[in-house]
Design a protein around this ligand. Sequence first.
Ligand SMILES: [Zn+2]
Length: 167
Amino acid sequence: MRCPYCRHADSRVVDSREADDGQLIRRRRSCPECGKRFTTVEEAVLAVVKRSGVTEPFSRTKIIGGVRKSCQGRPVDEDSIALLAQRVEETIRAKGAAEIPSHEVGLAILGPLRDLDEVAYLRFASVYRSFDSLADFEREIETLRAAARARAGVGAEAATAAAGPAQ
Ligand SMILES: [Zn+2]
């Protein structure tokens, strides 16, 4: 590894330690020419396999771009999108696989996006799941409504339980 200070072509590793639960290795390096020290990070490249069989490196930026497109005109800020992309990356890396099919990346986006904005979720799902009729949208909206009813129901029960028995 070239020294970032003096551009000397070689450096010596003086310390290596795992970080992020073994997901990456940080190395302290020392330059024999100028004596300065710097840190490098080594991480396994996560490959996304597209339907065509072509692989490309996983890109959080690409997820942000896709989600941002679905969120156009919606009250969703950039921070929420960045956080969503981070959650997606964590979910995918937690699987511990070196390669992941692109449809699994889409799948990992759907859940957090539904929590973030239901309209953006519908847009994303319509592309990702190739909706081709109104019936596809109706089915998905019905699922969203059922989930909302379930949440409201659970909330009401919890409130009743917290209030204790009547009388
Ligand atoms: Zn140097």
